[in-house]
Design a protein around this ligand. Structure first.
Ligand code: 5GP
Ligand code: ZN
Length: 134
């Protein structure tokens, strides 16, 4: 897609530090390196997020992310990793080409905070289940 930075990386129009490549997807180092080894896995075809991507492609991208995460955690000496995708600006997506982050985790002071606030005392789970399954 014109003007999509990740399409340009996939098509080798701009350089990326490529970690892995096959016919369907490409993995390359994220410029920001939230932690050492921070890697993005993208489909070569353009989808704006996981929400509109072909399910077969999503399966391939996540399967690849699992394999690469195992490799990166081992090779970089991490203790674990976060594997996540942001869908929509409200969720923090800044590049609108589906991508999965692999973020190795070294310790609790490694620079990444994902705060999950416990709202269990404020919400009605039955109301929410009705909403989710309607
Ligand atoms: P998002 O916030 O959309 O989930 O993540 C987009 C990611 O893409 C960010 O972590 C950002 O650092 C990375 N990024 C943006 N532009 C480039 C680029 O040109 N090259 C690389 N390697 N990463 C990029
Ligand atoms: Zn694109």
């Amino acid at each position: 897609m014109d003007n999509c930075i990740f399409c340009k990386i996939a098509q080798k129009q701009i350089p990326g530090k490529v970690v892995y490549e096959d016919d369907v997807c490409l993995a390359f180092l994220d410029l920001s390196q939230v932690t050492d080894g921070h890697t993005l896995v993208i489909p070569k075809a353009h989808y704006s997020s996981i929400l509109d991507a072909d399910p077969e492609v999503v399966a391939h991208v996540y399967k690849t992310a699992q394999k690469l995460a195992q490799q990166i955690v081992k090779n970089c000496g991490a203790q674990g990793c976060n594997i996540l995708t942001n869908a929509g600006e409200v969720a923090g997506q800044t590049v609108h080409h589906f991508h999965v982050h692999i973020i190795p985790r070294y310790d609790e002071h490694d620079g990444l905070t994902l705060a999950f606030k416990d709202r269990s005392q404020e919400v009605d789970l039955d109301d929410i289940l009705n909403c989710v399954t309607k």
